[in-house]
Design a protein around this ligand. Structure first.
Ligand code: HEC
Ligand code: HEC
Ligand code: HEC
Ligand code: HEC
Length: 441
């Protein structure tokens, strides 16, 4: 360790101990994690953690820009449409675009404009772990003292979902979407990969933390997304009023697509028109709620050999039916689905995922996709992210060699291409791209 960093750490410690009166839930600010002697070094270091996390976050991670985006004209426009004074001071926006803790939980170095900073994900730094970890305490000790164990897929997903799906406090309603907010999609394992990594999972990491493979992280994430969707649907705040329920729970594209798409082309193909989805029991002309996570969870439970798979499918069908019946029917169907999802989190957490399960997952999902099971955009997008996660997990676990991985990745590019623009989604193109993945497995 250089003399400079020793001095910086000393100063960080001194600063911490100079605030004995700071309560445990105070967020100290990105600056207090990202100083040059701590997580703000320019090059990665040989210590257990990289120590250049701040630089990665600040330079490459969109979370560092989440607040700045609220100052842009498009956010101003959204705010104006919603009748808000502006976006960068509105709770409706800040709750997801910054670490918007109440004033009394903001330490002296806290800056709202830092956007989604370290403590928005890792937990408040004033909890005793901050001081302890500077002194080199073990990970378990830090966790016991308030650091969130984000290596745990349940803890990680619950945290990401607060902003990438919503919770009782913050939710991107159809009103916000209608004002111009982009559609939000999420899958915990893929998005973990999409986020520029400020850590490496090496032998040392594995010694300190339990590493869970991508397939299991995906599966648990799906169960938690189902549970979360049901929670939001059952929340009286978002139940909707008047004739229509909250439209954000429905498949956006079941309403938002040109009618011309339902007409046959010259060669008799229907580019994106309605067609029956095997097993889901929804007829034409129906506004379909977004069941993409339920469909994925069914696959996950099948692979895990859990008896809950059939229950999930039955719950999903019941929910579709209830959505055409009454609000009371919807409430009881959503409660039942939530219970199944909760049980699924437990069952999937206990499951070991080996080579056979990973292969099975990739084969099953790609075969179903090729057979037209995921015909609508929302589920095709989820199936794509799932397949991407499986291929990556097989590489990491060493279940496929370099050549097989490169070949699969090339084929996956076609699938990603087919879902890259929801407005231009053509089911046939998705199916033919995914067939190429299936045939290589
Ligand atoms: C429930 C959390 C949530 C709320 C509430 C929310 N956002 Fe977002 N917003 C997101 C997420 C997540 C994304 C990124 C979506 C993606 O790319 O997957 C996003 C993306 C955006 C983008 C596009 C950013 C880009 O880089 O392209 C803009 C602009 C935006 N939000 C503005 C707003 C405004 C203005 C408000 C308040 C009216 C608001 N948001 C409320 C979660 C939220
Ligand atoms: C969007 C959420 C998010 C943000 C923002 C974020 N992190 Fe992380 N961080 C993660 C996740 C997920 C992991 C991987 C799981 C783990 O090891 O905890 C991680 C891992 C780490 C690790 C562990 C490395 C190891 O080898 O054990 C450190 C240190 C870290 N982050 C520091 C930071 C710092 C400093 C910042 C702010 C500059 C920051 N993080 C911002 C989500 C985030
Ligand atoms: C406090 C809210 C919040 C939390 C917690 C959060 N995010 Fe985000 N995330 C956002 C917002 C807002 C954006 C959009 C930022 C922008 O584009 O300006 C975003 C963007 C992203 C993007 C870039 C998406 C794109 O379209 O390029 C990824 C990837 C991502 N988040 C992953 C994660 C993961 C993984 C976690 C959990 C480990 C997580 N986020 C936790 C709010 C959050
Ligand atoms: C039940 C049908 C329905 C569903 C489902 C639905 N919308 Fe809408 N949406 C509408 C209607 C109706 C309008 C108002 C159109 C107008 O003002 O002319 C609208 C308006 C919008 C607008 C403003 C632009 C426009 O077309 O007027 C956006 C953006 C939008 N919705 C996004 C979404 C997203 C994202 C979802 C999924 C989370 C979604 N919608 C789900 C019916 C729906």
């Amino acid at each position: 360790m250089s003399k400079n960093s020793a001095v910086a750490i000393f100063m960080a410690l001194a600063a911490l101990f100079a605030w004995p009166s700071i309560a445990q839930d105070v967020h100290l600010g990105v600056k207090s994690c990202g100083s040059s002697g701590c997580h703000g070094q320019v090059a990665s270091s040989s210590s257990p953690v990289l120590l250049n996390e701040y630089v990665t976050w600040q330079k490459y991670d969109k979370h560092a820009r989440a607040y700045q985006v609220l100052l842009e004209p498009r956010s101003q426009r959204i705010a104006k449409n919603l009748g808000l004074k502006n976006a960068h001071e509105a709770k409706e926006c800040l709750d997801c675009h910054a670490d918007n803790v109440p004033e009394k939980q903001r330490g002296p170095q806290f800056v709202l404009a830092d956007g989604v900073g370290c403590e928005a994900c890792h937990g408040p730094g004033s909890a005793p772990w901050m001081g302890l970890h500077i002194g080199g305490s073990a990970h378990e000790v830090n966790v016991q003292n308030g650091l969130l164990p984000l290596e745990d897929p349940v803890v990680r997903a619950e945290m990401c979902l607060d902003c990438h799906l919503g919770n009782s406090n913050q939710f991107a309603t159809h009103r916000i979407m209608g004002a111009g907010h982009p559609r939000i999609s999420f899958e915990v394992d893929s998005f973990t990969d999409f986020q520029p990594a400020h850590y490496v999972i090496d032998d040392d990491y594995r010694k300190r933390k339990k590493v869970v493979d991508g397939v299991k992280t995906w599966a648990i994430g799906q169960a938690l997304m189902v549970e979360r969707r049901m929670n939001l649907m059952l929340d009286s705040k978002f139940a909707g009023s008047g004739l229509f329920p909250e439209l954000a729970f429905f498949d956006c594209h079941s309403c938002h697509h040109p009618m011309s798409e339902s007409l046959p082309t010259k060669n008799g193909n229907f580019p994106a028109a309605w067609s029956a989805r095997p097993g889901t029991g929804v007829g034409p002309g129906v506004v379909k709620f977004n069941d993409s996570n339920m469909l994925m969870l069914k696959v996950a439970l099948d692979i895990a050999g859990s008896g809950l798979a059939d229950k999930m499918l039955a719950d999903m069908k019941a929910l579709h039916k209830a959505s055409q019946t009454s609000k009371a029917a919807m409430t009881s169907a959503a409660s039942a689905a939530r219970e199944t999802a909760r049980a699924a989190v437990k069952a999937l957490s206990a499951k070991q995922v080996g080579k056979a399960e990973m292969m099975d997952a990739a084969k099953t999902l790609s075969a179903q996709s090729a057979a037209g099971y995921y015909a609508d955009y929302e589920s095709a997008e989820q199936a794509t992210m799932a397949l991407g996660a499986f291929v990556e997990a097989m590489r990491v676990a060493g279940h496929i060699d370099r050549a097989a991985y490169d070949d699969l990745s090339k084929r996956m590019e076609g699938v990603y291409g087919a879902v890259s623009d929801d407005e231009a989604f053509i089911r046939g193109a998705f199916i033919s791209a995914v067939k190429k993945v299936n045939s290589a497995l």
